[in-house]
Write a protein that binds this ligand. Structure first.
Ligand SMILES: [Zn+2]
Length: 136
């Protein structure tokens, strides 16, 4: 399933109870969102289809936080509090991995792309227009 340009990144939470693998480019584009929750955590979204994300351990250690529409499922480790991945409102069939929670070694770099999550509907529409030509 792995595309040739993809590498396997590993990541997880601070205490190590949550661990995952994700198939993504070595130098991916990540979304830097300014919505109410992402701007507090400095979240950098590496968004991948669900089949390119594998939770290796820690499912039982996850707590879930929802707010506003409740569509996004914000998972965080109930021990160390770190949100290393979640299911975003903009991409309910995908997983958003926090690029800052990836282990060093496999990342060649990051391209930051601003996402105006504070004005979510307009920002999602703009993103959708960009992604649509290559949508699966
Ligand atoms: Zn933890």
């Amino acid at each position: 399933m792995n595309e040739p340009s993809h590498v396997v990144h590993r990541g997880g939470c601070h205490c190590g109870r949550i661990a995952f693998e994700v198939d993504a480019p070595a130098h991916p584009t990540v979304l830097e969102c300014n919505c109410s929750i992402c701007r507090m955590t400095g979240y950098l979204h590496l968004i991948v289809p669900r089949e390119r994300f594998r939770l290796l351990q820690g499912e039982g250690e996850l707590a879930e936080y929802r707010f506003n529409t409740g569509a996004a499922r914000h998972y965080f480790c109930r021990h160390c509090g770190i949100k290393s991945f979640y299911v975003p409102r903009s991409h309910p069939d995908s997983v958003s991995v926090h690029a800052r929670c990836l282990l060093p070694g496999t990342l060649a770099g990051l391209d930051l792309c601003p996402f105006d999550g504070a004005n979510w509907e307009a920002a999602r529409a703009a993103l959708h227009a960009v992604e649509e030509p290559t949508a699966r």
